[in-house]
Design a protein around this ligand. Sequence first.
Ligand code: URA
Length: 206
Amino acid sequence: MTLIDLKDSLHNCQRCKLAKLGRTQVVFGVGNPQAAIMFVGEGPGFYEDKQGEPFVGAAGKLLNDLLKSIGLSRPDIYIANVVKCRPPDNRDPEPDEVETCKPFLLQQIELIQPKLVCTLGKWAAQTLLNRPVSIMKMRGQAVRLDHFTLFPLLHPAAALHQGNLRGSLEEDFKKLKAYLDHLDAPPPPTPAVPAPPAPPAQMNLF
Ligand code: URA
């Protein structure tokens, strides 16, 4: 199975009720299929639904600026959502919709094999952690999972709606940058192994 096979298998997907609630198309995901860093949002909004690409609206523009601020750009990463179809009126995805779509997100991750999965907002973090989370408590801290490290970030849309979160989101990206720099840093030089003490001088027997 390739990423393209997976995308094709979801074309005109009818597996959950979002198919009948006004979505235009399935928004599978875009970016570098060999990316070491993947971003996961919640679900497509109005513009994503129309264009068929994640994060092309206002939250996407903010995301692009934040990526740029840490030396990344869209071609460096892969980006997808927890649910691949737009929930009506941008409501949160419902548990049955998340459960139906989650296996496809997990398959995307398995095929791309990113080292780091940066979740945007609470929904993506709790979907991949399989438990409810407080995003305000866990944001900006790497969590090692079996096959990748999860790095939870606030959702850019939250910062657009609540201006006071903008600084927190920028802080999250600074932490992400520090984390990536730390991964790239060459390992510290191994301390020179002290030479074993010289054997006691042998008595010259001859
Ligand atoms: N918000 C998301 O979570 N995903 C998108 O693709 C756009 C906005």
